[in-house]
Write a new protein. Structure first.
Length: 430
């Protein structure tokens, strides 16, 4: 039914008044929001995208998986404790990417997280060959990379945006040879001939070159420097038989876990007795080594930067270590401790940087000066970078596997047990 003209005029007036009332309330509400933003709508914390690019599958898995797990747990704890407090409680958004143990893929994945995800920093890449490629990409994009890798050549390239947490491979190699010298002095058991054995990866070759340089300072007879393609040797028996027949009784190794396991099995098959099998940040510290070899892994030594025993001396470290073991059902290893210390350095730099830009973060990382336990995630010796990006506080130690446990045997000041030198003969093992 059509309304009378007077009624229509009344309805129109009412609509105009309602519109005016809404505009007035809206303006007042906007003013209130500007004056008291917390009352109208709570501000959400800023998000800080950070990537961890590692090999979660393939040959690098024994290194990449602990790195990814350690980083993820540390980030979870930082976010749960209030995030980056100097940045209004900003939360870290962690993006985990698998480079599939392929160096070229490491470059591709690093470029993707920088360009697509706009990450502020990258943690990677758990193996030096992958890091060599990935870090070149991050350097070109002026994005800081904090690395768990140890190859000397990584910090010999004049990079501005690359930072390494652990000791150089050559430094650990020197620690391994120092340990052997100390054992010879203490026991009088000296090798007849020495050999080195390494795959052709960047890290392994850097480590062995460091060992060879240090061996020149000894009077030991170097028989052979063995090099082979990583993951390409299906049978180590002929190689080890040659070393045995030539009289080699001390070998320095730099090997991935799968190759290291095969080598030890071949030694047992040949009944090849050594004074010592000394590794350089290699196979023995990975869980896979002991899980596969069981008691046959005993008495092997490895020059590393961290073993689980270290956390017993520092309650702050034990807090994170206990949480890691509870979540992942395994102890922190050398690579995982490097990874969480990467987060510790990043956490500290994020709190100090003037703004959330890559350049500001890079400058904050360069000014880092942390002691062990400086925050709950600095599990290593401390962090202070030189101009090359090396951590000048990083050190090394030697652990020996005993009943499947990593026990510190060198240097003497921090040793938790006496080293066994020489190794027991295969025929005398239970």
């Amino acid at each position: 039914m059509r309304q009378p003209r007077s009624v229509n005029r009344l309805l129109a007036a009412a609509q105009i008044n309602e519109t005016r009332r809404r505009v007035t309330l809206g303006t007042a509400g906007l003013a209130a929001a500007m004056a008291f933003p917390g009352i109208v709508r709570a501000q959400q914390p800023q998000r800080i995208p950070v990537a961890v690019v590692v090999g979660l599958t393939g040959r690098a898995g024994p290194w990449g998986i602990p790195v990814n797990d350690a980083v993820r747990l540390a980030v979870e704890q930082i976010n749960a404790s209030g995030g980056i407090k100097s940045k209004g409680g900003a939360q870290i958004d962690l993006i985990s990417v698998d480079h599939q143990s392929n160096p070229q893929m490491a470059g591709t994945q690093t470029e993707r997280v920088i360009q697509v995800n706009n990450v502020l920093a990258v943690i990677g890449n758990a193996t030096s060959g992958a890091t060599m490629v990935g870090s070149a990409v991050s350097e070109k994009a002026r994005t800081p990379m904090i690395s768990t890798d140890l190859g000397d050549s990584l910090t010999n390239r004049g990079m501005k945006y690359f930072f390494r947490i652990g000791a150089k491979a050559s430094h650990l190699a020197g620690t391994a040879v120092d340990f052997a010298e100390e054992m010879i002095k203490a026991t009088g058991t000296k090798p007849r001939k020495v050999a080195t054995m390494a795959d052709d990866s960047t890290f392994s070759q850097d480590a062995i070159q460091g060992a060879l340089g240090r061996l020149k300072q000894t009077d030991w007879a170097l028989q052979e420097n063995v090099s082979f393609p990583a993951g390409k040797v299906s049978d180590f028996l002929p190689l080890l038989q040659r070393l045995k027949l030539s009289g080699v009784d001390l070998i320095f190794h730099a090997l991935f876990a799968p190759d290291g396991i095969q080598v030890m099995r071949a030694m047992k098959t040949l009944n090849y007795d050594l004074i010592a099998s000394v590794h350089i940040a290699g196979a023995p510290y990975t869980p896979e080594y002991v899980e596969n070899l069981k008691k046959d892994a005993d008495y092997v030594t490895d020059a590393v930067g961290f073993v689980p025993e270290l956390v017993a001396k520092n309650p702050l470290l034990a807090t994170y270590s206990d949480a890691y073991k509870a979540k992942y059902r395994r102890d922190l290893d050398d690579q995982a401790s490097l990874a969480v210390t990467c987060v510790g350095a990043l956490y500290d730099a994020l709190e100090r940087c003037s703004d959330l830009s890559r350049e500001s973060l890079t400058e904050a990382l360069r000014a880092t000066d942390l002691e062990a336990g400086g925050n709950p995630f600095v599990l290593r010796d401390g962090v202070k970078f030189d101009q090359a990006g090396d951590n000048v506080k990083a050190k090394g130690l030697v652990m020996q596997l005993r009943d499947g446990q990593q026990r510190i045997v060198y240097p003497a000041g921090i040793a938790t047990t006496q080293p066994v030198w020489p190794m027991p003969a295969w025929s005398k093992r239970a």
